[in-house]
Ligand binder design. Structure first.
Ligand SMILES: Cc1cc2nc3c(=O)[nH]c(=O)nc-3n(C[C@H](O)[C@H](O)[C@H](O)COP(=O)(O)OP(=O)(O)OC[C@H]3O[C@@H](n4cnc5c(N)ncnc54)[C@H](O)[C@@H]3O)c2cc1C
Length: 366
């Protein structure tokens, strides 16, 4: 293999774009709008640098969890602002308070989802909340390299393929900490935009929410005002997302939808938790934390004062959390969506692929 153009299962981490010494790799899109690298073969010197760091080829650093913890932020207001137990934000706070920097996914105007660098507590608010779409990481690796050179502590939070890309790019420096999310797949920003009415998309949007704590609903905001709001019962984008219709191709063959993890800590929702808790406690969200390394243990321990933590079993962790066992299946519905989408667009392709779910959502709306 001479360069990244021969990789068949691209995860879209785009670390190859940052890594290429001759800058011959740029970004292009698939039919479904997913970003993939494009190599200008005339400029490629076949050094193999892009191949060495590609998560599809190099992913040796996967770790078996050392322990499983159910955890949540004891400050209810803070916890309600997060997706599950709010542990990602607490860990990020600790890194910033220790003089470090945090990289995570943010919505950026006019309508972009990308990893950004945060140097203070205020900017961490932009990372909060799960964005159910693929985040753009171009340029992030170069910034992390500089921070590590400057001897700063760096925390990177992202999907397991993105975390593997970061681990591959840097050879296990002691200052690099990683948190991977349990992930069942990512649609493209192109598809998300198509699911939104044009007149709304043309106005200024300052934030996008896919869930409010444990309640799934899709909202577009301008400052404090809600411009658009759809609960999961009636939102076609969330319906397609949870049915797994519109993920990038690599998600259906994902090597990281497995119990072996890439981050120092893995975070998700503790759906299978058997711990007896008051109904409100569970309703506010509980984080599933897989501690995968000593660094991960120390990261979670640094939040001890602000969290409640309970040691749980691995069996409980994988219960009702399929991405810890295998990737989403590429069903007939997915194939149908993939075939139809380029010709008839998101809405009609989704209706054809999941007609009974669409009809049910119409009845609920009515
Ligand atoms: C696409 C996707 C699919 C997921 N699927 C599952 C699942 O099947 N099962 C499960 O248990 N959990 C899943 N999660 C994880 C879950 O939704 C929460 O993100 C996780 O529990 C952390 O919650 P928190 O309250 O600790 O974090 P919060 O305080 O809400 O912070 C969220 C963190 O996630 C990062 N993030 C958000 N969106 C993205 C993105 N698109 N790409 C990369 N990083 C992002 C942000 O940088 C931030 O640091 C998924 C998350 C994503 C983004």
């Amino acid at each position: 293999m001479k360069n990244i153009s021969e990789v068949t299962n691209c995860y879209g981490c785009l670390s190859c774009v940052d890594r290429c010494p001759t800058k011959c790799i740029s970004v292009t899109e698939t039919k479904l709008g997913h970003q993939i690298p494009y190599v200008d073969q005339s400029k490629c010197v076949e050094c193999g640098a892009c191949i060495k760091i590609c998560p599809d080829i190099t992913n040796h650093d996967l770790k078996m969890p050392l322990s499983v913890v159910a955890a949540w932020n004891v400050d209810i207001n803070e916890r309600l602002k997060s997706s599950s137990g709010g542990i990602a934000t607490l860990i990020a706070n600790e890194i910033i308070n220790g003089g470090g920097v945090v990289y995570g996914c943010s919505f950026e105007e006019p309508f972009e989802f990308k990893h950004i660098r945060c140097e203070n507590i205020a900017s961490l608010a932009k990372l909060r909340g799960s964005k159910y779409v693929q985040s753009n990481t171009v340029g992030i690796y170069t910034k992390i390299r500089q921070d590590l050179k400057d001897n700063r502590k760096v925390l990177f939070i992202g999907t397991p393929c993105q975390v593997t890309a970061v681990n591959n790019y840097f050879n296990k420096p002691k200052n690099l900490f990683t948190v991977d999310l349990i992930c069942h797949g990512v649609p493209s920003v192109k598809i998300l935009k198509e699911s939104i009415p044009k007149q709304i998309l043309n106005t200024q949007i300052t934030n996008v929410e896919f869930r409010q704590n444990t309640k799934y609903q899709f909202s577009l905001l301008k400052g404090r005002f809600t411009l658009y709001n759809r609960p999961i019962a009636t939102d076609l984008y969330l319906k397609a997302f949870f049915t797994g219709l519109d993920y990038r191709e690599s998600c259906y063959k994902c090597r990281f939808a497995h119990i072996m993890r890439s981050g120092d800590i893995t975070l998700g929702d503790f759906w299978g938790l058997k711990l007896k808790l008051p109904v409100y406690e569970r309703g506010y969200g509980v984080s599933l934390c897989l501690i995968n390394s000593e660094k991960g243990y120390n990261l979670l321990r640094s939040t001890n004062k602000q969290t409640k933590q309970h040691i749980r079993s691995l069996e409980e962790a994988v219960l009702e959390n399929q991405p810890l066992v295998h990737p989403k299946k590429k069903t007939f519905r997915v194939r149908l969506f993939n075939c139809l989408y380029p010709h008839i667009g998101f809405r009609l392709a989704t209706i054809c692929a999941i007609p009974e779910i669409y009809i049910k959502s119409k009845i609920i709306r009515y």
